[in-house]
Ligand binder design. Structure first.
Ligand code: PEP
Ligand code: MN
Length: 329
C-alpha cells in the first residue's frame, strides 16, 4: 500500500497510528510505503487523514483468497474435482420436489457424465407465498438419490442454525447469492468439514465476493469454490446479466476454482446452452445447471430448467468444446 502525501505535511501522527495497527512503514520521497498486514487497514479512514492525497493498494485486501503467487487450488467433492485444469458439472432441479423428480434428475446426471447432484431443500424465495422447499425431508430425498446413483450432493445452507441438520447429509454446502454477505453464516460455513460453494451476490462487486470467500477461509475451511450466477445491470431483458468478465478476472485474482451457473442468470432454458459454452471458453472450472424431467410442471424455476434431453445434448457439446480447447481434437 502506498500513501501519497501533500508536500509540506508532517506524516508523523499517521505513522504512529499505522504502527499501532501492526503494519510496517517506510518513508519515501512523496509519501509512505506500507507493508505487512495492510489488509487490516481501512483505506477509507486513511484517505481522511490530514495530508493524505491518495491511498494506493498494491496487494489484495483478501490475503487468503488472493492468488498472490499461489498455484490453482483444487477442490475435491467426492470424486469430482474443480480447479487446476479439472472441470466438473453440477446438475439437478432447483428444488427437491419429490422422490420421483430427484431420482429422475440423478439418473440423468449420472447417465450424461456429470459429477454432482444439486437440489434445494430450504429455498430462498423472494415471496413468502412461493414454494419454500421440503426442508429436512428434501435433504433426506437428496441424500438417498445421491447414494442410489453414487453421486455427491449439494444443497443450500440458509442459516447457521441449519448446519447440524444439513452438514451430515451433503458433500458440498452452497451459500446462495442472497446470503453472500451474511457474515455469521459465512463463518459458520468456514467451520464445516465439507467444501463450500459460494455464489456471487447479484449486487456484489468482485472485491466483495472475494472478501466473502476470505471469511470462510479465515474461519478455517480451505475448500471454497466461487460461482458466478449473474448480476443486476440496467438490462432487464434477461433475469440477470451473466458476468463472464468477472470469471476471467477472478481466475487471475484468486487461486480458488471459479464455476458458472448460467441457469439463474439466463432465467430461460433456451439461453442456457450458449451461456454454458461461453463460460467454458472464459475459463470456468465447472458449471451448475438446473434440469427437470418435466420443466413445464416444475414447482420452482421451471422456465430456466433444461429437460433431460436438452441437458444430454449440452453435455455432449461441452465435452466436444473442452476437447477442442485442450487441443485434443
Ligand atoms: C440456487 O442455486 O438454488 C439459487 C437459489 O441460486 P442463487 O442463490 O444464485 O439465486
Ligand atoms: Mn433455481
Amino acid at each position: 500500500m502506498f500513501l501519497l502525501f501533500s508536500s509540506g505535511y508532517d506524516p508523523s501522527q499517521v505513522i504512529s497510528q499505522l504502527k499501532k495497527s501492526g503494519v510496517e512503514v517506510q518513508k519515501e520521497e512523496n509519501g509512505l510505503r506500507l507493508t505487512g498486514a495492510t489488509y487490516r487497514i481501512d483505506s477509507a479512514w486513511l484517505k481522511e487523514q490530514p495530508g493524505v492525497q491518495a491511498v494506493i493498494r498494491l496487494t489484495d485486501p483478501a490475503p487468503l483468497a488472493s492468488r498472490q503467487g499461489k498455484g490453482d487450488s483444487i477442490v475435491q467433492v467426492g470424486d469430482a474435482r474443480f480447479g487446476g485444469g479439472n472441470f466438473s458439472v453440477i446438475a439437478g432441479p432447483c428444488a427437491v420436489e419429490s422422490k420421483e423428480v430427484i431420482a429422475a434428475c440423478a439418473a440423468t446426471v449420472k447417465e450424461n457424465g456429470a459429477q454432482i447432484l444439486r437440489g434445494g431443500a430450504f429455498k430462498p424465495r423472494t415471496s413468502p407465498y412461493q414454494y419454500q422447499g421440503l426442508g429436512r425431508e428434501g435433504l433426506n430425498l437428496l441424500k438417498e438419490a445421491g447414494e442410489q446413483y453414487d453421486l455427491p450432493v449439494v444443497t443450500e445452507l440458509m442459516c447457521a442454525e441449519d448446519c447440524e441438520t444439513l452438514s451430515p447429509q451433503v458433500d458440498l454446502v452452497q451459500i446462495g447469492a442472497r446470503n453472500m454477505q451474511n457474515y455469521p453464516l459465512l463463518r459458520a460455513a468456514g467451520k464445516l468439514k465439507q467444501p463450500v460453494l459460494l455464489k456471487r451476490g447479484f449486487c456484489s462487486s468482485e472485491d466483495e465476493w472475494l472478501l466473502s470467500a476470505e471469511y470462510i477461509l479465515d474461519a478455517g475451511n480451505p475448500n471454497v469454490i466461487l460461482c458466478e450466477r449473474g448480476i443486476r445491470t440496467f438490462e432487464s431483458a434477461q433475469r440477470f446479466t451473466l458476468d463472464l468478465g468477472a470469471v476471467a478476472a477472478m481466475k487471475r485474482r484468486t487461486h480458488l476454482p471459479v464455476i458458472v451457473d448460467p441457469s439463474h442468470a439466463a432465467g430461460c432454458a433456451a439461453l442456457v446452452p450458449p451461456l454454458a459454452l461461453a463460460a467454458v471458453c472464459a475459463g470456468a472450472d465447472g458449471l451448475m445447471l438446473e434440469i427437470h424431467p418435466d420443466p413445464a410442471h416444475a414447482l420452482c424455476d421451471g422456465i430456466q430448467a433444461l429437460s433431460c434431453k436438452q441437458f444430454g445434448d449440452l453435455m455432449t457439446e461441452i465435452t466436444a468444446l473442452r476437447r477442442h480447447l485442450s487441443g485434443r481434437e
